[in-house]
Write a protein that binds this ligand. Sequence first.
Ligand SMILES: Nc1nc2c(ncn2[C@@H]2O[C@H](COP(=O)(O)OP(=O)(O)OP(=O)(O)O)[C@@H](O)[C@H]2O)c(=O)[nH]1
Ligand SMILES: [Mg+2]
Length: 442
Amino acid sequence: MLPRRNVWPPPPTPPTSESEKLARLEAEREAKRVSNAIDDALAAEREQRKRPSNAKILLLGQAESGKSTILKNFQLYFAPKAFHTETEAWRPVIHLNLVRSVNFILGLLEIRHPSTYSGARPRKPSTPDNALSGQLRRLSISLAPLRQVEESLSNRIAGSRPIEEYTDSSEADRYHPAKASEISLRSGAGWTAFLRFRHGGSTSFDRTEKADSEDLQNRRILSACAGDIMTLWAAPEVQRGLKDREITLEEQSGFFLDEVQRICKEDYVPTSDDILRARVHTIGPEEHVIYMESAHETMRSWTVTSQRVAWAQFFDDVHVIIFLAPISGMCLADSLKLWRTICCNKLLISVQFILFLNKVDILTRKIKAGIRFADHVTSFRNKPNEPKEVIKYLSDAFATINQTYSPRKRKMHRHDTKATAVVIDDIREVILLNALSATNML
Ligand SMILES: Nc1nc2c(ncn2[C@@H]2O[C@H](COP(=O)(O)OP(=O)(O)OP(=O)(O)O)[C@@H](O)[C@H]2O)c(=O)[nH]1
Ligand SMILES: [Mg+2]
């Protein structure tokens, strides 16, 4: 029989050699692998489509309770690629946190009447303010360009000089002694506010070029100042001056003075940990949609809104409320009060609650340093002064409020800060179950 012509695809020509035969087999295997991968991806997409599209989560907590931090943790965990594309945008924030700490110290040294600092009266200043050593005087001159860097970074991040603190013209009021490095940012702008920095804040090529050259200049100044910043921070006079005024910068949010060498390098790229530690005080509610990057994730996205408590009743359509209660500080009574407000709210009757006892590491450190919890919360009485006991005591206190004040019996899920991944896994479970039942899929 004559061979058939005009057949497509043409029949493979018989192998002419063993190596060609092997190459053809390998090519067929590869084609099969690609085809299977496409089938798998399509199947996963079909599966994804069947799933509820979005879980609505409300993060509630007072100022500095850790709302933005947990939001960043969610992003890092569920959408790591998107999180890492924002890395560059965090660099000016981290630099500004650092520069503000330095400028705060310089301001502190120059101030002749420390009582103008609200709440930072020295008990007995060991260095007269007008008797700076030669070394500090030299440092305050060599680090003077950091004022300019602070202005420039603030402009780029907040679009103008940061809000409240800068309204007073006095240099001393520029920084809050308890929040020296903090930057305030209006939400709405939210994360995108400092994305503007990346994109130059304008489509104009000139503006972008100007922004880039300013950015480069700031990084050069920081790099040139690194050694002097470290000398300043290590100077006994500085440490003594801060101690006299009862200011512990290393315990404040956005503290980066222990990482100067790395952070001031011209080619510095923030790590995930740096980003989690960067401090921005959010003004107003913040909303962020997290698109799950893993095909195995059950939900397609989470819409996470972070809020202080007052407006919670306007969010009765959320699936889950995560309430953040930092247990390390003096604001415990406030947290318990806010929790009660949420529990007794009739509009939130069908919303599930997850209680997140936060900042356990700080509590543990304080207890190890000899602080007695019962001295601050007398009802703790003579229970063992151990972090575990304190956590259990507080967790029970929150649970009792929920039982007592909820209009209807409501199961509550409790967590303290374990490994983030474990907590997120648990939270995911609750969110998933609740979102599925809300969409009548269970
Ligand atoms: N040590 C410790 N610090 C934490 C923890 N959670 C949050 N922080 C820090 O606490 C500071 C405040 O956290 P944020 O997430 O900015 O708090 P927030 O609730 O968004 O604060 P506002 O925007 O001011 O309302 C940040 O510097 C965090 O790094 C924690 O579990 N342990
Ligand atoms: Mg915040």
